[in-house]
Design a protein around this ligand. Structure first.
Ligand code: PLP
Length: 426
């Protein structure tokens, strides 16, 4: 079967033909390809075409696809059974590893996705503070929990409005929305609502409106604001955790949140999430405390084995230096290709994540990201895809490098980019 035939069939069987919306290519147009195999830096589709992959399963595959150490750990675990429903020793090793690597974490709870982690973290924030409002940032994504599918209402300090039918207005009223990288807006919001705010949740490097790093001192200022108003600071490190640095964005920027959420890399490609933080907060989670949260498959032995193998690999000396250097080679290379072609272009990058924008400006905000030329991005995306390079199929997603991307892969990517930019501009 061809990609097209499979997509026709899939659309009859699953909403939009997919199990997660962005995979359907709606943002860039055209039809998705169907992957049958992945190895190292590459995906192969059902028609046998190979792609250099800069999506990495949306972040988890930081050591490349199908890494033998991760695969062997999973194979070993599978021999002993798929799920026990009792505690298992690998959960302890996982907790010890996360606590060792991420300084703000005293205790951790494993869940099955990033969405579960963020939903649980805000329940904990509300339960622990006795307050009901949460603050999020426009353009940040924290999974599909009702409280997060909310955008800013009209006017800077209004309550949020749902972005999806099915999210009750009463729920959206409890979510306050701020512009990212705008400290004055956060100060004004806390001045008005500070005593009602249970927690502020942020992607410490935004990765769901393309890639936008925090301005100097911004995260620390948010830390101080939360502390002053008795609100919890929650870093959603589902994407940035073990991606921008071994200790996540909080280690990279030297800011300590009260709670942190994880996903993606800690599962090694299996469905895993986690949340953790201060002991006095985490001890309020059931059964140690009264705040309820549970999961049939949480701490699953096969998932723990995959995640642990991954966390071991990324602790290799120099891992993040090499990853960041490669990411820089890629973004600098793309910048000079664009400059050579006279195309307005800028990039952002932190550790192993990057963003590409078709604009002259350095991008610090959601407004700038949405003002960049998305039509040009979409043409560029298809030009790259034709040439066997798979970028995220949306102008509003970060890109990811893995340790499996070689110098040759980067050079091939830049060659493809030169031709794709020329074609996209025309
Ligand atoms: N938080 C962030 C920052 C994410 O990027 C994502 C997913 O992309 C999530 C939460 C939700 O994670 P999941 O898709 O595993 O539910």
């Amino acid at each position: 079967m061809t990609n097209h035939e499979l997509f026709q069939r899939a659309q009859q069987l699953m909403p939009g033909g997919v199990n997660s919306p962005v995979r359907a290519f709606k943002s860039v147009g055209g039809e998705p390809f169907f992957t049958v195999r992945a190895d190292g830096a590459y995906l192969w589709d059902v028609e046998g075409k190979r792609y250099i992959d800069y999506v990495g399963s949306w972040g988890p595959m930081i050591v490349g696809h199908n890494h033998p150490k991760v695969r062997e750990a999973v194979e070993r675990a599978v021999r002993d059974g798929l799920s026990f429903g009792t505690p298992c020793p690998a959960e302890i090793t996982m907790a010890e590893t996360i606590i060792k690597l991420v300084p703000s974490i005293d205790m951790v709870r494993m869940v099955n996705s990033g969405t579960e982690a963020t939903m649980s973290a805000i329940r904990l924030a509300r339960g622990a503070t006795g307050r009901s409002k949460i603050v999020k940032f426009e353009g940040c994504y924290h999974g599909h929990g009702d409280s997060f599918l909310v955008k800013a209402g009209s006017g800077a300090l209004t309550f949020g409005v749902p972005t999806s039918p099915g999210v009750p207005k009463a729920n959206a009223d409890l979510t306050l929305t701020l512009p990212y990288n705008d400290l004055a807006a956060a100060q004004a919001l806390f001045a008005e609502h500070g005593s009602d705010i249970a927690g502020l949740i942020i992607e410490p490097v935004a990765g769901n409106m393309n890639c936008i790093p925090p301005k100097d001192g911004y995260l620390k200022d948010l830390r101080d604001l939360c502390t002053r108003h008795g609100a919890l600071l929650i870093f959603d490190e589902v994407m940035t955790g073990f991606r921008v640095a071994l200790g996540g964005a909080q280690a990279y920027y030297g800011v300590k949140p009260d709670l942190t959420t994880f996903g993606k890399i800690i599962g090694g490609g299996m469905p895993v999430g986690a949340y953790g933080g201060r002991r006095d907060l985490m001890e309020q989670i059931a059964p140690a405390g009264p705040i309820y949260q549970a999961g049939t498959l949480s701490g699953n032995p096969v998932a723990m084995a995959a995640g642990l193998a991954m966390l071991e690999l990324i602790q290799a000396p120099g891992f993040y230096d090499t990853l960041a250097a490669h990411t820089r080679l890629l973004t600098d290379g793309l910048q000079s290709v664009a400059d050579g072609e006279g195309i307005p272009f800028s990039t952002n990058r932190v550790g192993g994540m990057f963003g590409l924008f078709f604009t002259h400006e350095k991008v610090h905000s959601y407004a700038q990201a949405t003002a960049a030329d998305t039509a040009l991005f979409n043409r560029f995306f298809h030009g790259m895809l034709e040439r066997g390079v798979y970028l995220a199929p949306s102008a509003f997603e970060a890109g990811f490098l893995s340790s499996a991307h070689s110098d040759e892969d980067l050079a091939a990517t830049l060659d493809a980019a030169r031709a794709a930019m020329r074609q996209a501009r025309a």
